[in-house]
Design a protein around this ligand. Sequence first.
Ligand code: SAM
Length: 501
Amino acid sequence: MVITPPQTVEYIISRLGEVKEDQKILDPCVGPGIFVKKLLESGIHSNQITAFDINSSFKTEIKQLDISFKEQDTLLALYPDSYNEFDFIVGNPPYLNKASTYVRINRSKLNKIYGKINAHETYAMFIVNSIWRLKEGGKLGFITSDSFLTLSTHKNLRRFILNNCKINEILLAPKSLFSNQNVSTSPVIIILTKCSGKKNKKARENHIMRIVPRVDSEGEYQSPSYINDLRQIKYNSLPFNIFYTDVDEKVIELFEKSPRLKEYLSGFIGMHTHNNRKYIAAIEGTELVNVFKKRNMKSKESIQKFKIIEINEFKTGEWKPYLKRGGGDQYYRPIMEALDWKEESIKNYDIPKNVPFEQEGIVISGVSSRLAARIMPRGCYWDSNKAIGFIIKNKVISIPYILGVLNSSLYNYLAKGIINNTSSIQLTGIHALPIVLPDDKTKERIEDLVKKIINNKRKDQNYNYVIEQKKIDNIIFNFYKNRFNFSFSLKDKLDESFAIY
Ligand SMILES: C[S@@+](CC[C@H](N)C(=O)[O-])C[C@H]1O[C@@H](n2cnc3c(N)ncnc32)[C@H](O)[C@@H]1O
């Protein structure tokens, strides 16, 4: 079990403000009681404190502190009188995810209670549960995983917080906070005041939050080198209500003032064959053949082999070009896979209706460490996983132009640095990117560079396009900079962390 370091506990308690003698405090997952002990040390009376824990082994130790203790599952033990009960709630909720035994065993019960918000991670459910348990005006102080701030899977939790609380503070705690306990997390301290209901909407939106980007040590909590005082309404600016901590104001403005990419480009989830090994073949002469050959060597005789077909067979009409691989390749990649298109095979596929397969467009890797977009020739089908097909909706942007934009360092930052910082890229995340329509000159310059890269990559897939890419990055950055007054330090950040070179 993870124990919160004392300095962090003291800081959280210090941010709660004054605790009056008649006010009640809860630690909903008390463990050995570090929060409770610090509360007592700070002069709070033991009869003001309540603690819960699912684990009975702390019972004797906690009872000795003379506080009220209940051995119970805080997430499931919700009774009508559990709501609006406490003035303060503090703690370090457990970080169990959907693969944990606890969540798997209790899935249906948790789903009933938290399903509309998030029933996958215990810390997210503890936040919701604790907000319910707080009185109006009551305060919550937690140290927890920071992943709910940005991941799109937590958008409902963020909306729940925005609709029910004033966010007093978000402080990204040191990454090393728990490393002496061999736990690697990315922790955040969050302080909230319950302020729910429609009537308080304006008060919540106008509330000024103290936002502190990652600090390196606990010593920096009280006076960090940078504090961002943001009005809470600003958490409506980015897609999915992302709780950003250090995004440049001008970049936020780009999201606020520009149309979304989905107005110009439509992405579609692809199809299922239900048996890729049976129906998908590698095309002779492509890199994939080596992968398939290796896999076949490893697999036992009895297991169906990965198929490899000759180019001539691919061209017979019994196969369709297929896209199912992620990865960081940009602009162009030869078609490596073929989809069995015999009538008796097609019958087994789930091909979604209304998806414009076979049209020319672009394909974006759904799993990749960077945003990677490639040209998608006419005739292709794509899988429901790892590759997402997109079709241009509005001819004011062209395929080469949009490839240049999406493969630029600026867009890699918008997509991977801001919207989604995991290795997967969601269709909705791409749709939510902002786009500024280019002037003719910018469009032409980008198109020329992109066509050059594509032509060279067709001849040699390993063609090094760094020179062209630098030009593309600069043109796109300057074009956006002129409209949104981006700073040069943003360009430095892009060059350092979001460029391919
Ligand atoms: C990360 S530890 C925090 C311990 C202590 N509060 C601290 O910060 O040092 C989380 C605690 O939550 C308890 N816990 C886990 N799931 C729980 C649940 N569903 N209800 C109540 N307590 C739970 C664990 O037994 C553990 O003591």
